[in-house]
Design a protein around this ligand. Structure first.
Ligand SMILES: [Zn+2]
Length: 254
């Protein structure tokens, strides 16, 4: 099994998981061309997995279908995805190319966002990023926090395959919130080094996100204290910590 991050647009990744026989699952092909190119390199498209309806995640599917009419496409229940595809949700399993991926419902970035977890990999679209999380376009803080907690509870050795290369920008904010976190400092240095060599900073290990990502650390004292300083009082609960952290990041300019 081989995992590849195919760059698309400015900072998206299309994830390709290839079985030993060459059949490959592609996650969130917002553009067709990177997949068409990968196919010439021996990746045989067996299935497409979609995490949410945003165009930079689904935009390439129609063109891929034109090229491979029998391509299986799995997508969340959402009328904004105008494709003939198999709709999946919480508790379902996607089976293709010898892979089995249980589906998790993780609303918050969008109301129908799903994630796929299996074979040590998590494909989480725009819910969890390395050192950050997605914007809450359609969900409440309580909903998004619950979704992130579900992902945080997966095995620590899970490889987090997110939808965007946002790690460096996220690191600047995370360091601002949690400046004394040594693991976060190391992760920032590592990510800077990878980007200076034009390499993806993801997948990251969930264990590392648990140590470094402030959005998974709303229970941690340094993060609570940073939020208390902004609020001018102790936060009521973790939902308030998360809500204020997300609001802070939305307005943050490095
Ligand atoms: Zn999105």
């Amino acid at each position: 099994m081989r995992l590849t991050a195919l760059p698309a647009f400015q900072d998206n990744y299309i994830w390709a998981l290839q079985a030993p026989d060459g059949s490959t699952m592609f996650v969130d092909p917002g553009q067709a061309q990177p997949v068409l190119d990968a196919a010439t390199q021996g990746m045989r498209p067996a299935a497409v997995l979609l995490t949410h309806h945003h165009d930079d995640h689904v935009g390439g599917v129609a063109e891929l279908r034109a090229r491979w009419p029998n391509l299986a496409v799995f997508a969340p229940e959402d009328e904004r995805i105008h494709l003939e595809c198999e709709r999946v949700g919480e508790g379902d399993r996607v089976e293709s190319a010898g892979f089995t991926f249980p589906v998790l419902s993780v609303p918050g970035h969008t109301r129908s966002h799903i994630a796929f977890h299996g074979h040590g990999h998590l494909f989480c679209g725009d819910t969890l990023f390395s050192l950050g999380c997605g914007r809450m376009f359609e969900g409440t803080p309580a909903q998004m926090l619950a979704s992130l907690r579900r992902l945080a509870a997966l095995p620590a050795q899970t490889r987090v395959c997110c939808g965007h290369e946002y790690t460096l920008g996220n690191a600047v904010f995370a360091r601002h919130v949690d400046p004394t976190n040594a693991a976060l400092h190391r992760r920032q240095q590592e990510a800077m080094d990878m980007r200076s060599r034009s390499r993806p900073t993801v997948p990251s290990l969930l264990a590392s996100e648990l140590e470094c990502n402030p959005f998974l650390r709303t229970h941690a004292e340094p993060v609570r204290q940073a939020i208390a300083a902004r609020l001018g009082r102790a936060p009521l609960d973790e939902v308030e910590v998360f809500a204020e952290l997300r609001r802070w990041k939305d307005g943050f300019r490095a």
